[in-house]
Design a binder for this molecule. Sequence first.
Ligand SMILES: Nc1ncnc2c1ncn2[C@@H]1O[C@H](COP(=O)(O)OP(=O)(O)O)[C@@H](O)[C@H]1O
Ligand SMILES: [Mg+2]
Length: 247
Amino acid sequence: MSLLELDAVDAYYGESHILRDLSFTVEEGDICALLGRNGAGKTTTLRSVAGATPPEVRDGTITFAGSDVTGMLAEDVSVRGLSLVPEERRIFSNLTVAENLHLAEVVSNRSNTVGRSVQVTREGMSTEEVYEYFPRLDERADQRGGTLSGGEQQMLAIARALKQNTDLLMLDEPYEGLAPQIIEAVEAAVERISENGTTILLVEQNAMAAMDIADSCYVIDQGAIVFGGTADELRGDEETRDRYLGV
Ligand SMILES: Nc1ncnc2c1ncn2[C@@H]1O[C@H](COP(=O)(O)OP(=O)(O)O)[C@@H](O)[C@H]1O
Ligand SMILES: [Mg+2]
């Protein structure tokens, strides 16, 4: 059984039909990359899975860890162990790194104990564990979020997700706006998180960087999957890369 399965999903913003009969799976333990040009439907896919509105899923099924989560409230999906780190990162600029992490923990504990009939499978990491993944954040623990570099803010956004019970971590363009050296640092952290047993769905326009660490790859165009295969298969498929990714 796949950890995440989208089966013939159709999603809309009002009358705009964005995701069209979209199907793909993410296998437990994998780093899965969802690649495509700007406007292809990547963020819409992640928001549909996470239960964020808009968009509205009007047809098809989204299954996460064996449960049908189609149309479920975002908090009910999240408590099942699915975290989305959105493109805009959404850290608190006026709070310190340590406060940002503490708040993530409080929110996680509250939603775990609020009485939902959901079996929580994974405890969130402690702050100490999170700092092992991101030593840089440990050094900056007392610095306000707003004063961090782009790369450090991305690390903090991922770190916040790790403080919650995360079986599937979905990252929306984590490399955007980062220098190559910083991309490598984030990449290394994502690989370690994966080795620790968290499944990753990595959405990127930076296809080359994503292929570096991905086990499986999908390419999305105009709201539909146009390629599915291993990273090696995508590297070898010049036509697909050229036509849909421009690399
Ligand atoms: N809130 C919205 N309302 C209406 N249309 C939207 C909205 N968000 C995105 N779209 C449209 O949906 C399509 C897919 O967007 P998106 O999923 O953000 O693409 P990507 O993340 O791949 O760049 C685009 O045509 C975009 O203009
Ligand atoms: Mg996007």
